[in-house]
Design a protein around this ligand. Structure first.
Ligand SMILES: [Fe+2]
Length: 364
């Protein structure tokens, strides 16, 4: 078993209605003027107003900002930095899906440490402390609230950069199932499947350890038993609670053990064809599991690739690259891009451009 050094950097608060307590946590952390990074859906759902009034109740000034989209890039981060600088904020709240939380972290890097977000690509590149942050996930998927990484695209090259630093962990993460009840059906499907892949991939990475594997197994147990129930009823609070905790466990597993070939193969599909992350994952994951053929997969399910296909079908996700409009003539080019992805390095079976091509062909 691998040697490791494990620390949970984020205080985890779970429970229905806990979003209303955000003012108290902010006060404890010394927030006075706060930037709320929340995608536009959060305002429509009423969550921005909930956070604004909870903070106001503690005498904390706050301003929402939503000028970014589902795949945040370096330009959006720069706009957010300018906005936050003018306000003179001393704290940040990320409210929403992975894009909101990643954007909150990324703005924090450049606001406190200067330069461009590209300067922080990799891990541990900051020299100064970041502003304290609270994360409130509103989708059941990415697990960004459990991680010190942000995924930001370079606006010029479209390369997805993983930007990480121990200082970028949220001080508090609030998991409130009622907040996730407002996620749209398509997000329920793609974000949920993404979380499932995080559980499956982290279980077998070369960096896996005793703690991360424990998280991966628990993530799978919760996600597998509740994904279909949540697809059937987006307001089922028990299913939401399972999915939310499952996503957190899977996110915490990534923090400890990284990801594998599935994410390496999915990223070029998103960059080239704009295929949603969860859909790109769904088309590749069963093939990667079959190709890796790790003994640990049996702990999850007797026929894991079969169960993964069943879950993707239940979510209405497509099962082949052809059905997604990917051109067969571009598979080699996509394979070269997949082999460059950082996460592929942690796949248990050595993964290169030739393996990527083999897997894309299987999935075609
Ligand atoms: Fe993912």
């Amino acid at each position: 078993m691998t040697a490791f050094d494990h620390l949970e950097r984020t205080r985890l608060v779970f429970g229905t209605g806990r979003i209303h307590k955000v003012g108290g946590f902010a006060r404890e952390l010394g927030f006075r003027r706060t930037l709320i990074v929340a995608d536009s859906g959060m305002e429509r759902a009423g969550h921005v107003m909930t956070v604004l009034s909870a903070l106001a109740g503690e005498g904390i000034e706050s301003t929402p900002w939503s000028q970014f989209d589902a795949n945040p890039d370096s330009r959006m981060v720069e706009r957010g930095r300018e906005f936050a600088e003018k306000l003179g904020v001393d704290s940040i709240i990320g409210l929403g899906g992975g894009s909101s939380m990643d954007c909150a972290k990324a703005i924090n890097f450049v606001l406190t440490n200067g330069g461009r977000i590209q300067d922080y690509w990799g891990y541990g590149k900051t020299t100064k402390p970041l502003l304290p942050m609270i994360g409130i996930p509103a989708t059941t998927g990415t697990g960004s609230e459990a991680q010190s990484h942000a995924l930001i695209s370079d606006a010029e090259t479209h390369v997805k950069m993983a930007i990480g630093d121990a200082r970028a962990a949220f001080a508090v993460a609030i998991l409130d199932p009622s907040v996730a009840a407002t996620q749209p059906p398509a997000v329920r499907a793609t974000a949920g499947y993404d979380a499932i892949s995080h559980a499956v991939e982290t279980l077998v990475t070369t960096k896996r350890n005793a703690v991360s594997q424990c998280y991966s197994r628990e993530a799978w147990r919760l996600l597998e038993r509740s994904f279909e129930r949540l697809l059937a009823d987006g307001n089922d609070l028990n299913a939401l609670a399972d999915m939310q905790m499952g996503s957190w466990f899977a996110g915490a597993a990534i923090e400890a053990s990284m990801l594998g070939a599935t994410h390496a193969l999915a990223n070029p599909l998103t960059a080239t064809y704009g295929i949603t992350h969860g859909q790109a994952i769904a088309v590749m994951l069963p093939h990667v599991v079959g190709w890796n053929a790790m003994a640990e997969y049996r702990e999850l399910h007797a026929d894991l690739p079969g169960r993964l296909r069943e879950l993707a079908a239940a979510a209405g996700l497509r099962g082949s690259l052809r059905a997604l409009g990917v051109e067969e003539g571009r598979l080699e080019e996509l394979s070269l891009a997949a082999a460059q992805q950082w996460t592929g390095k942690f796949n248990p079976r050595p993964f290169d451009a030739a393996s990527a091509l083999e897997l894309y062909r299987c999935a075609y």
